[in-house]
Design a protein around this ligand. Structure first.
Ligand SMILES: O=P(O)(O)OC[C@H]1O[C@H](O[C@H]2O[C@H](CO)[C@@H](O)[C@H](O)[C@H]2O)[C@H](O)[C@@H](O)[C@@H]1O
Length: 251
């Protein structure tokens, strides 16, 4: 189903937004994303109109989100829920196993294959193959092998698939857990959660908002999803949010 402006209510809803592929278009490398010129101002307005009930929920670390969204420092969950900064600005990072043993096992594989990229994060390690898509299966196998190999020494990683990426992440929390934590706190508590995302890792968020949160999941783009609503691309999301801002009475 497509999404209508009236389906978002600034007074009653809490808005959770994924970053890559949702707020910004996908780019060839993780560091080459370019936020649209009016994105920051629109997020500022959304945050004010929703009385602060707006958060970014991403696979990226919170520090990277701050970099791309500066000067905004929004409530945010990073590394798929492993870290979270609440509305008061307090950052909580879950204790996560070291990723160096995984890095050691995957580095030789990456060195042998031009176009592959390892992205280390606290508690996670992403293996990107956007520039070598023919290596998808080999990357998945290499990541699964590395995780099961270190598992005997450093347990607790799960393997996530994403867009042109396979990632090992400490299996302590997911995006659904992060949204649930926000929803227990002001200014989110008591509102209806609306989560917008584009990727497989966002399904945990859709599941939580649509079941336990009695809210709405919005999938950006094509592909199977359990989200109840759809928008075509990040530009369509921008348009929808701008329309919602125009339609809402100013506070
Ligand atoms: O949860 P998200 O905010 O959507 O973050 C998911 C991952 O996004 C980044 O990788 C993806 O975007 C890159 C830039 O467009 C692209 O080159 C890559 O192919 C995508 O997988 C980020 O690098 C990851 O750490 C995030 O987990």
């Amino acid at each position: 189903m497509s999404l209508q402006t009236h389906e978002y209510d600034f007074a009653a809803d809490a808005l959770f937004l994924d970053f890559d592929g949702t707020l910004v278009n996908l780019a060839p490398e993780p560091e080459s994303v370019v936020p649209a010129p009016d994105l920051i101002e629109m997020l500022q307005q959304l945050q004010a109109r929703a009385n602060g009930a707006l958060a970014v929920v991403s696979g990226r670390p919170v520090a990277q989100l701050d970099h791309y969204l500066a000067p905004l420092r929004l409530p945010a969950a990073g590394v798929h829920g492993l870290e979270r900064r609440d509305a008061s600005g307090r950052l909580v990072q879950l204790a996560a196993p070291a990723t160096e043993p995984l890095m050691e096992r995957l580095a030789p594989f990456v060195a042998r294959h031009p176009g592959l990229l390892l992205e280390p994060k606290r508690g996670a390690l992403a293996l990107h193959y956007r520039k070598a898509p023919h290596l998808e299966q080999a990357c998945i196998e290499a990541m699964n092998h590395a995780v099961s190999d270190v598992g005997t020494h450093v347990p607790g990683f799960s393997v996530l698939r994403g867009k042109m990426v396979v990632e090992a992440k400490a299996a302590l929390a997911d995006k659904g857990d992060a949204i649930a934590a926000f929803m227990r706190e002001a200014p989110f508590a008591g509102r209806r959660p609306v989560f917008v995302g584009d990727d497989i890792t966002d399904e945990a968020g859709f599941d939580w908002v649509q079941t336990l949160g009695s809210g709405l999941g919005v999938k950006i783009g094509e592909g199977q999803s359990r989200a109840q609503m759809r928008l075509d691309n990040p530009a369509a999301l921008h348009q929808w949010l701008e329309q919602a801002l125009r339609a809402a009475p100013r506070v």
